[in-house]
Design a protein. Structure first.
Length: 210
């Protein structure tokens, strides 16, 4: 099962990727993570990406595709994978197709901006171990303190109201067009995201026929 997860920032892609990965026994491939890993390991494409990043430039699509291809060639992806955070644009999606990276289904988690904004601005992350909380949906036992390691909880820069609104604008301008791209290929499945986590997972599994 080769999947792409789409959805606005804060739609719950990361949570659902973890649950799908566990249920289907396939890895989640996060573009950000594999980019950092490729740079750390000094791979050819990782060094190319680092050269752009060191100059404060965006990493070109062909380099991103190269890093994704390297990762998908690894043994743990033989039985399938979940792409999270890639593709972000139509050119990236077309490049995946042109490179021969085949996708079985594309899951789009649908949720209104008016729901996403408080969901994201309420997030808190442990500065020590990285555990994630939410002030209303998943609060820590003691306010401002991580349940796991006792570290202080902080608001990530990505979760400030101004940044959240900007990220949503970028999503609507660029990434949302991907739905049309994959709909034409007959691979798009729309999932209602404003419901309990377990129900979202259930609907995804039903859409995948598993």
């Amino acid at each position: 099962m080769r999947l792409i997860l789409l959805g606005a920032p804060g739609a719950g892609k990361g949570t659902q990727a973890e649950r799908i990965s566990e249920k289907l026994g396939i890895p989640t491939i996060s573009t950000g993570n594999i980019l950092r890993e490729a740079i750390k390991n000094g791979t050819q494409t990782g060094l190319k990406a680092k050269a752009f990043m060191d100059q404060g430039l965006l990493v070109p699509d062909d380099v991103i595709i190269g890093i994704v291809s390297e990762r998908l060639d690894q043994e743990d992806c033989r039985g399938g994978y979940i792409l999270d955070g890639m593709p972000r644009t139509i050119p990236q999606a077309q490049a995946l197709e042109d490179t021969g990276i085949r996708i079985d289904s594309v899951i789009s988690i649908e949720i209104d901006d008016a729901i996403i904004e408080p969901r994201m601005t309420g997030r808190r992350v442990c500065s020590g171990c990285g555990s994630s909380y939410h002030i209303s949906a998943n609060p820590p036992k003691n306010e401002g303190v991580c349940d796991v390691c006792g570290g202080p909880l902080v608001i990530r820069r990505d979760d400030t109201p101004e940044t959240v609104r900007h990220r949503l604008e970028v999503f609507h301008q660029e990434t949302e067009a991907l739905k049309g791209f994959y709909q034409k290929l007959g691979k798009l499945r729309l999932i209602e995201g404003n419901q309990p986590i377990e129900d979202v997972t259930r609907d995804i599994m039903t859409a995948l026929g598993v």
